[in-house]
Design a protein around this ligand. Structure first.
Ligand code: 13P
Length: 251
């Protein structure tokens, strides 16, 4: 059966010292009682090794927020999937709308990134979602379908079974606007249906589909109570240990 997961995406926040302090605080908060879901923190690259080290043996797993579409070589400033893996991180967030919008990450680039992440035994948390105009035009289903078909539906059934999906409506990210639980359930069910159509019902049932976009301690429980919402990818509210813990406690 699929796993419930609460994953944090710190984005470009926290110095190394602040990030280590946040991870330590979270570890302490979670030590008393095992959470009812998987817990992942997506840190900037420079935090990965330290945070992976300090969370070793705890329930907390570590994710990078990106990895390169090339294996190695003369790509100044890039970080490969193998490098991410060598830090002790187990996950990598790929296809985030901020990467697509601000860094020109195309379907094709993301397809390469997913393949390289899997080759290096990282679990991709693959993000999909529509922008406001697309939602207003009722095109959200079409958009997520195209994103899946172009970047992850090339995978074998076995490899697809290794990835986690995150539905993040772009209009809900950092805006305080959240998809209603009904909107989230509707599109998550649609996404699961697409997976069933491509890989079969069993793979679809086993795929964790997280919701992201202004998820907070006040709305997490209602969002996560939907049958097809298997947790959250949390931006702003993952930067405070108490808030992130409260979201984890929604399970
Ligand atoms: P917020 O929770 O800040 O809206 O960000 C969501 C997000 O983009 C997580 O990847």
């Amino acid at each position: 059966m699929r796993k419930n997961i609460v994953a944090g995406n710190w984005k470009m926040n926290k110095t190394l010292q602040e990030g280590v302090a946040l991870a330590n605080e979270l570890k302490e908060l979670l030590a008393a009682k095992a959470p009812n879901c998987g817990v992942i923190v997506g840190t900037p690259f420079i935090h990965l090794a330290s945070v992976a080290d300090l969370t070793k043996g705890s329930v907390i797993k570590v994710a990078a927020q990106n990895s390169a579409d090339k294996e190695s070589g003369a790509y100044t400033g890039e970080i490969s999937a193998a490098m991410v893996k060598s830090t002790g991180a187990e996950y990598v967030i790929l296809g985030h709308s901020e990467r697509r919008a601000y860094y020109g990450e195309t379907y094709e680039i993301l397809k390469e990134k997913v393949l390289l992440a899997l080759k290096n035994e990282l679990t991709p948390i693959f993000c999909i979602g529509e922008v406001k105009e697309e939602r207003e035009a009722g095109k959200q289903n079409e958009v997520v379908k195209a994103q899946l078909e172009a970047s992850v539906f090339n995978l074998s059934k076995e490899d697809f079974g290794k990835i986690v999906l995150a539905y993040e409506p772009v209009w809900a990210i950092g805006t305080g606007l959240t998809a209603t639980p009904q909107q989230a359930q509707e599109i998550h069910a649609y996404i699961r249906g697409l997976i069933a159509g491509k890989y079969g019902k069993e793979t679809a049932e086993n795929t964790s589909i997280l919701y992201g976009g202004s998820c907070n301690p006040g709305n997490a429980k209602e969002l996560f109570s939907n049958p097809d919402v298997d947790g959250g990818l949390i931006g702003g509210a993952s930067l405070k240990a108490a808030d992130f813990k409260a979201i984890i406690d929604a399970f």
